[in-house]
Design a protein around this ligand. Sequence first.
Ligand code: SDX
Length: 428
Amino acid sequence: MSEKATLEVNGKKYDFPLKTGTENEVAMDISSLRSATEGIITLDSGYKNTGSCESAITFLDGEKGILRYRGYSIEELAEKADFLEVAFLLIFGELPTKAQRDKFHTDIKAQSVVDEDVKKILEAFPKSAHPMGVLSSLTSALTAFNPSSVNVNSEEDMYKAIVKIMGKFPVLVAWAHRKKQGLPLDYGDKSLGYVENILKMMFRQPNEEYVQNKILVDALDKLLILHADHEQNCSTSTVRIVGSSHAGLFASISAGISALWGPLHGGANQAVLEMLEAIKNDGGDTKKFMAKAKDKEDPFRLMGFGHRVYKNFDPRARIIKKAADEVLEDLGIDDPILDIAKGLEQEALKDSYFVDRMLYPNVDFYSGIIYRGMGIPTDMFTVMFALGRLPGWIAQWREMRLNKEPIGRPRQLYIGSTHRPFVEIDKR
Ligand code: SDX
């Protein structure tokens, strides 16, 4: 592989170094482009061809359908690890020893109380508020109760901020859910595991003991692992660029939650269920919705299909599809929505429109079916995605700050009016 790329503009040649990553990906370093060429920049709408950083956290190969966290395959992690181990791995770079994992959990539990005044903010929301908007607001509000910004040069300070958000975030998730359900706000139970605690905080009824269901615990643990990180996706890039201005960790995560909310991104899991419900209520005619998805005049898209990077099966979708079958069977649920989803998938995988564009089911296509089977309301699906993605956002923000990356500030190609003199209003 050559060590450089050469650009020729108007007969003049410019060399740019080529960098090769540990998985033999190659990047052209154009950091000197504008100065060397006296003003030429690149243009890449949606950054489809542009690397924003060098990262050691997550590797994915969209053509081969490979996903690894710190070198470990998503298949092995989903099968053999639990969510706290994976969170530790993503954030600190290595799988924890049992002692490290237990200390991480103990330190998280010690930070799992949220200031009572946060409830006053929550009370101000109408019950109709979407939980993602509530979660983003409450996460940003945490900054008010934890005003000291993280000293990233202090391992101890960084660790404290990490266990703080890992401890408080699940409480905010549970409160966002219980607010909509009209249930009293609940606190966790320190005797429980991380995921058991989340389920109890979310679902405990005030007049009865909450009985854990191992099927739900295992399913949620696996789903959180599968959502934990995904290199430079839209919401993670948001967390990184907000943090690059040296805004705090909580403020950066709040911004990431808002980016994840969009139906083209994490909001797709809610949109998938709404789409499947619409197909079911319309008599189950999947062909009609396939036609809509292919009709350029129709803004409808097959939600849960396609991906910016995966041009093959999303490995997470394979795992979740298998888990959906198992969980619904274990719970004794016969959900026609699952059959509609499978029918839609089979049709799309044979349809040239989808095949030619390499549109396959992504992580969001089946996850909502499991959440629904677990009794989680549809508008909480993306909140569950955020709960899983939290350690990934933390890991990526920490890496960006430790690498002392510069403030993110893209250029533009101006195509507006050239200079023109002001005209007084009575002369316009
Ligand atoms: C997530 O980036 C990540 O890693 C995200 C994520 C993570 O873990 O963080 O993996 C999570 O966000 C998964 C994606 C969830 N979104 C959806 O399921 C929404 C439906 N999918 C699409 O909107 C779309 O596929 C995107 C947004 C996911 C990707 O869009 P791209 O890469 O910008 O591709 P594109 O819009 O340029 O589409 C290319 C072609 C177009 O047709 P042509 O112009 O070539 O004729 O494919 C078509 C699109 O119209 N197309 C679809 C389609 N997705 C793409 N047509 C119908 N239905 C779809 N779902």
